[in-house]
Design a protein around this ligand. Sequence first.
Ligand code: HGA
Length: 609
Amino acid sequence: MCGIVGAIADRDVVPVLIEGLKRLEYRGYDSAGIAVVDGADIRRVRRTGRVAAMEDASAAEGFAATLGIGHTRWATHGGVTESNAHPHVSHGVALVHNGIIENHEQQRERLKALGYEFESQTDTEVIAHLIHHYLQDGADLLAALQRAVKELHGAYALAVVSRKEPERMVVARMGCPLLVGLGEGENFVASDVSAILQATRRVIFLEEGDTAEISRDAVRVFDGDDQPVQREEHLSDVSLSSLELGPYRHFMQKEIHEQPRALGDTMEAIIDAGGFEPTLFGKDADAVLREVEGVQILACGTSFYAGSVARYWIEAISGLPCSVEIASEYRYRTAVANPKHLVVTISQSGETLDTMEALKYAKSLGQDLTLSICNVPESAIPRASRLVFYTRAGAEIGVASTKAFTTQLVGLFALAATLAKVNGRLPEAKEAEYIEALRHLPGDVQHALNLEPQVAMWSEHFTPREHALFLGRGVHYPIALEGALKLKEISYIHAEAYPAGELKHGPLALVDDDMPVVVIAPNDSLLEKVKSNMQEVRARGGQLFVFTDADSNFADSEGVHVIRTERHVGVLSPIVHTIPVQMLAYHVALARGTDVDKPRNLAKSVTVE
Ligand code: HGA
């Protein structure tokens, strides 16, 4: 979603801002802009569409300055227009904003009454006027920002500059991430470290309610009570190469192929520990996990499907009851909370707003046992959780999640096994068997990746269609859901997933020879049941596209297309069977010519409601 970058230096910062915005493009956006302090003026350029268009316009107008801010916008309030694009300006104050201001209508009325005129439909513009209002009242830029944010309800990361104060920018965060990058005689601000890696790896993560003043040589941070605070400096380990496309056509393709490495890195700690030790989840984990009598998983989108797989694992392996719920639903219902249940939140970015709010809601109901599965260190959700498992997928740029999903599954599998161990339900031999399965997993996934040419050949059956059905049973049903989600996200084909046993209770009515039906049918205890469901489809003329394992005994026949993984890998089979459905979606999207890495209307880190 929206991205922020800002810089103050002795050199021209415009190339830094443009490069930073390009690094943020993967998050999804619809317009972009920069504002620079040039002498006693604010100069601004904004464009709908790609950063490159805005870059051309800024070059044509000869933008150059030592202080500036930039933004990629994913519209929430007001259409995708140039006048709604950020930065917004009020009488020489320019700002960029990520998030949503919930009381913007009241503020707008109040500011109009004070004589301010609005030129956009955004919620953001009220902040610019509010800051100007306090400047008029005699406050300096920092104090004006601190007074303004106290009147805002909602979520924000803000970077602000003023033509009257060319020696500093001021920033604030609440509910949206923001970090400061530390250079030599120059400093930066960004919503995501990838935007400033070009300039520095030294970062300070601002905390909820913080404001900060950033000049060339100094950074001063203040807490929510406007008191000076020290925030720890970190060295980012995000690598620049993870942000480059390399020999691949798309980041999604690259990230699909990175999975053997990503899975290997993610399980390294488990393998090194030689087993499922509570310390995998943090120092306190032993005491916390011993208290747990059940598990409540909260997540959105692909992470919700990872949680849905985990439910099968947790109940079967640890014997603890487990429920999974979509975070945006949970946060608004009157839930009956069990303080002995472990609340597990799953989020690639660690900043998914609905998931964060669901976690806060669970805590407000007295649920103090919390754990997050996350790919971004130091992000908001793990910081709000007592325990954490970091996946080590590396930066995921493609909007459609791939390696984040499979590495989340490794973390969740480790959780199921660790809960079993803590409860005395994991015999040594079983633990050794699971560790062995994990050791083989990167190789098994590599074999599945080798099926790409076969999967690509299937795409011609899907490319002209508008609908597809995905079927699975048991722990592979969520993989059918994930396959359908991938296909709809990037190819825009309407795809639905059903547990195969549910077919005759409704969706069978949809089946005809125009509707490809994808079946996840590994050689497990449900295979014979799935085969019967496939017969039901064939009997109605449906075309079957079946992902199974080499050791399951059925073959291609009329209307039945089969692709086989090398072998049935047992308990980790859902991870291996994810690979072909990812590749199918990718190749269908490729054939349909869609924007694979930036599908329409979608964004990467969903930081708004
Ligand atoms: N509400 C602002 C910013 C939106 C945002 O943060 N999207 O991710 C707007 O609509 O411009």
